[in-house]
Design a protein around this ligand. Structure first.
Ligand SMILES: Nc1ncnc2c1ncn2[C@@H]1O[C@H](COP(=O)(O)OP(=O)(O)O)[C@@H](O)[C@H]1O
Ligand SMILES: [Mg+2]
Length: 287
């Protein structure tokens, strides 16, 4: 399919198990039961791996383990060949810079009392950028990338629409030029046309920067549009992993079939078809 996708994985997850420990320390008599188990997959540079499955199937938990928001019980998570699941509590700054996240609710992830420029500047500061001009330049560039003007920089989150807020969250995730972004239901809270714009934006940004995405969504149609490959989670396990078109046209796992049957018939066209359409549109517009 896409020739720009390198074959060597950026991320390689092997036999991952993860659990939430909800009991108090002294009462801990046995390890918490894993909510994801035996999860193995990889993500290549420049690739979007979609993750689907019903609510509670373990999609976010897997994402959290990759983001190191939750320790792995067992298994390995190789990033660029290094097993990040074996690290202690501290996450190296270099890893945080390379692996970013965009979550569902942009208003919850933006501080209502800070200008949105602050949200994008903060990670730069955390990663050692001090020079005022450099901060301004990179912040403006990130806003530019996500289609926001410098006029938006000086606003508060509540002065932006949901779609614009999510653009800020994407600018914040991209400002450090990460190699992987975990998008966990990143467009689920937006209305349909805004969803569509943000999906297009993410795809454009990927083409421009070569970033990889783990794109988690319960909406199969959205995943079909953006993902190169798709993994299907069911009850904490990855039951199927295939090229997007293969998964949608000839699913092998019975659970995948059930999920697809629950998807409205009017599934939008797949990624490659849409890419071709948009390229033709751009060509026409340039004439
Ligand atoms: N913070 C938490 N503490 C305890 N259990 C949790 C927590 N978050 C999720 N779970 C449980 O882990 C399982 C998987 O959840 P999750 O990964 O959020 O699923 P998904 O993202 O696919 O909807 C569910 O059974 C859920 O109840
Ligand atoms: Mg979730």
């Amino acid at each position: 399919m896409s020739s720009q996708i390198d074959e060597r994985p950026l991320l390689e997850v092997k036999d991952l198990a993860a659990a939430y420990d909800t009991r108090a320390g002294l009462l801990r008599t046995r390890p918490a039961a894993p909510v994801v188990e035996d999860v193995s997959f990889d993500i290549r540079p420049g690739e979007t791996l979609g993750f689907v499955g019903e609510s509670g199937s373990g999609k976010s938990t897997t994402g959290r383990a990759i983001l190191r928001l939750l320790p792995a019980l067992s298994g390995s998570i190789l990033f660029d060949g290094e097993d990040i699941a074996r690290w202690g509590r501290r996450t190296p700054l270099a890893y945080r810079r390379q692996v970013q996240a965009v979550f569902q609710d942009p208003s919850a992830s933006l501080n209502p009392r800070h200008l949105v420029s602050h949200a994008v500047e903060a990670p730069l500061r955390r990663h050692g950028v001090r020079d005022r001009r450099e901060l301004d330049r990179r912040t403006r560039h990130a806003f530019d990338l996500v289609g926001l003007s410098s006029d938006h920089l000086g606003r508060f989150p509540n002065e932006l629409s949901g779609g614009q807020q999510q653009r800020v969250a994407i600018a914040r995730a991209l400002v450090l030029e990460p190699r992987l972004v975990v998008c966990d239901e990143a467009v689920s809270a937006l209305d349909l046309s805004t969803q569509s714009q943000i999906i297009n934006l993410l795809m454009d940004l990927q083409e421009l920067t070569g970033v990889s995405y783990l794109f988690i969504a319960h909406d199969m149609g959205l995943v079909r549009r953006i993902a190169h490959r798709v993994g299907v989670m069911n009850q904490g396990r990855l039951v199927e992993l295939a090229d997007t078109e293969t998964l949608f046209t000839s699913p092998r796992d019975p659970y995948t079939r059930t999920l697809l049957e629950a998807t409205p018939a009017a599934t939008p066209a797949g990624r490659e078809e849409r890419r071709a359409l948009r390229a033709a549109e751009r060509k026409a517009a340039a004439r």
